[in-house]
Design a protein. Structure first.
Length: 147
């Protein structure tokens, strides 16, 4: 059964989020980060298609590439703040692994991973990083983005 996405309440001009389906939703770091944190707290990854759907868009490769740029920005800020990376939670439906861009963006290299980008070894590596995010966010109170 598909879960209904949790949408954050609006609380004024500085916290206004684009409406689902708005082209700006894909690049909205606050909204995408909140969706990823919610997934981490539930202990489940999101497919690229599911993430785009929660942002009000159908999956297309250009939209996937655009959301990947947002994921890069989210992870850069999170790493700087001492948080585990969240982009690892966004995976392909077919194999449960992040796409090629994630593998070349740096997380595997920062973690010292030199293995394949697919297959059992890759899945073990990705699940370890996902588990790190799940544990971290399940222990956190209300995030600064959702307050």
């Amino acid at each position: 059964m598909r879960k209904t996405p949790h949408l954050l309440p609006r609380s004024g001009p500085s916290n206004e989020l684009p409406e689902p389906g708005d082209a700006g939703a894909i690049g909205d770091v606050t909204r995408v980060r909140a969706l990823l944190i919610a997934a981490a707290r539930r202990g489940e990854p999101l497919s690229y298609s599911d993430l785009l759907d929660r942002l009000g868009h159908r999956f297309t490769r250009p939209k996937m590439r655009a959301v990947c740029r947002t994921l890069d920005a989210i992870d850069a800020a999170g790493v700087a703040a001492g948080e585990p990376e969240l982009a690892v939670l966004v995976v392909r439906e077919v194999d449960g692994l992040p796409g090629q861009g994630w593998w070349t963006a740096g997380p595997p290299f920062r973690e010292g991973y030199g293995g394949a980008w697919s297959g059992p070894e890759a899945l073990v590596f990705v699940r370890a990083l996902q588990d790190r995010a799940f544990r971290f966010w399940s222990r956190q109170g209300v995030t600064r983005d959702a307050s």
